[in-house]
Ligand binder design. Structure first.
Ligand code: PRP
Length: 207
């Protein structure tokens, strides 16, 4: 039996469609329900539905053998897992953004509002700049508008949220897409099953 952690929501639904196409069905999963565990013994899979930001934790601790997680959440978690495959779904970009009239003051620490403090700290450290981080949990774009921060580090997909709030991308940090990840020990014990899952998912996502 392989256990799979899927993020609740749009990305999880897309990932499940791929897995379904690969033959790893668990009928009821597609339907609206409050159930968190779905199993199909015949296919040898058990699905867990978890909060997107928790997928990497379930996989790192081995509660799930594999999982689907955005590269953004994966890097922010710092989880020690294998990254098996880029699924090419949930594409967006991790960016630094600021008010349209923003000019960086290199004489002091830049104040950064973000849901991704680890990603922000690493990026600014790598580019030799000092920052002060304000951790927020959503509507990050408000912070520079209200003058609470100089910039934000956040995901940009269509760019609509920035545009509608008169913000602009000042730097692109990395491209984001969903990844298939695996628990390191589980990968050793169940290598052939996992290789088979990766092979099928590669085939389906390459279409
Ligand atoms: C994400 C992200 C941006 C927005 C980007 O927010 O944090 O705010 O989507 O998408 P766009 O470029 O297509 O406008 P999410 O919808 O997850 O909500 P949040 O503000 O609560 O984080």
């Amino acid at each position: 039996m392989i256990s799979i952690a899927l993020p609740k929501g749009r990305l999880g639904n897309k990932a499940y469609k791929i897995l379904e196409e690969c033959g790893y069905t668990a009928g009821e999963l597609a339907e609206e329900s409050r159930k968190l565990v779905f199993e199909n013994e015949a296919c040898g899979v058990r699905y867990f539905l978890v909060k997107p930001s928790d997928v990497a934790i379930y996989v790192e601790y081995g509660a799930a053998d594999i999982g689907v997680v955005g590269k953004d959440v994966l890097l922010e978690s710092g989880a020690d897992v294998y990254e098996l495959l880029d699924l090419g779904i949930g594409r967006c970009r991790m960016c630094v953004a600021a008010r349209e009239d923003y000019v960086e003051d290199t004489g002091r620490a830049t104040v950064v509002a973000t849901k991704f403090p680890r990603v922000a700290r690493k990026y600014f450290m790598d580019t030799n700049r000092e920052i002060e981080v304000i951790k927020l949990y959503g509507s990050i774009e408000l912070a520079p508008i209200l003058g609470m921060s100089d910039v934000i580090v956040d995901l940009v997909e269509t760019g609509t949220t920035l545009k509608e709030n008169r913000l602009k991308v000042t730097e692109e940090i990395f491209p984001v897409s969903a990844r298939l990840i695996a628990n390191k020990a589980a990968y050793k014990f169940k290598e052939s099953e996992m290789r088979e899952i990766v092979r099928r998912m590669k085939e389906v996502t390459a279409k």
